[in-house]
Design a protein around this ligand. Sequence first.
Ligand SMILES: Cc1ncc(COP(=O)(O)O)c(C=O)c1O
Length: 430
Amino acid sequence: MESTLELFNQYVVPTYGRFPLVLERGEGCRVWDEAGREYLDFGAGIAVCSVGHSHPRVADAMARQARKLVHTSNLYYTRPQGELAKRLVGYTGHAGKVFFANSGAEANDGLYKLARKFGNEARSPLPRHAAGERLDYAPNRCEILTFDGSFHGRTLGGIAATGQEKVKKGFEPIAAGFRHVPYNDAPELGRCIGPDTVAILMEPIQGEIGVRPATVQFLKAVRQICDDHGLLMMFDEVQCGLGRTGDWCAWKTLAGEGIIPDAVSWAKGIAGGFPLGAFWVRDRTISMKDGSEMSLANLLGPGTHGSTYGGTPLGCTVANEVLSIIEEEGLLANAREIGAYAKAAIEALCSPLIKEVRGVGLMLAFELVADFSERIGDKRAPALALIERLHQAGLLSIPAGTHNVRWLPPLNVSRIEIDRAVAILRAALS
Ligand SMILES: Cc1ncc(COP(=O)(O)O)c(C=O)c1O
């Protein structure tokens, strides 16, 4: 019989650089490989398994709903989808409506369509006079600004939106309508608004580039710039949202209640590993070209967008259960407290190989020093070299770029598990 690696080598399209681990089962913050070896899982499927592996309540809810109704179609109504939408709207704290998809990239694709429809059908603002200059907005605005270092998914829309050249290489022509601008630089963002700009899409905490939070001032400035120019402010909370930072909304962890976005996308942790994505659109009045007014939340009307699997009764039941567990087991508070504990513990290592520890709640990264490879005499990318050593010692962690290692454990990780992980890290670094 072929080994699992042989099966992959022969039959699976090789898009991923995989670590040589074959994982077979999981429980809480731990997973086991085919040989029965145990690992602490501080990747949690890249910020996905928010209540840990094989949570008995999730397994029961999944099995119960699977016996009742797995799938219908969005031609009909199902109770779990309506209840999940209500719950998500509640988490934002503002009136709005939710669309369900299957992944983060797909949720973001919905946001691009929302922005396009807004640009095509809503009335553009009157010409703006500021600082002695005049800006005439195009009648059909279509440009979405995103940020250098951002990541928004691997679809054609996603790679066009993503502010990293490496995801675009070889896939030209890249879909038009996106421009990347520097992150956390409000004056530059202000200068980049052009006649065609219709929306700004940002991660409140950039994940794939190595956990880089927006500053409060920047978040406020983005909202102000959107208000000044009649743009949609759209947040990609696929990685940072729904509890990871210790709040349902990462932007609130950073900036409190003061900022209201126009749209937000989620996926990853929403259903603890069951594939589901979603986006929320704010209920606010917009003026249309034909002189009428409508709610932004109703702009994507019947026939404008859809997904066969989006919001199945099974997926929504699992998400409702996962989110209930986060509520009932106090996991937002746990993410805040244990996250701060973990961050302080990594900092307390005072390792000469760590340049900086970043992050909020249980979305953490430590950046390795520039000359890490020379210091340890290993030519591989520093993050990979360290992560392999952590694997050998029984700890899964996630690379971000060449120099960052991320810890994104389940939100119910305990202090004892953090202590174990930090001990493994200390030994690996020394
Ligand atoms: C911020 C962000 N947006 C979008 C995505 C894409 O999500 P998915 O892989 O579910 O398509 C990711 C995935 O890492 C992400 O981190």
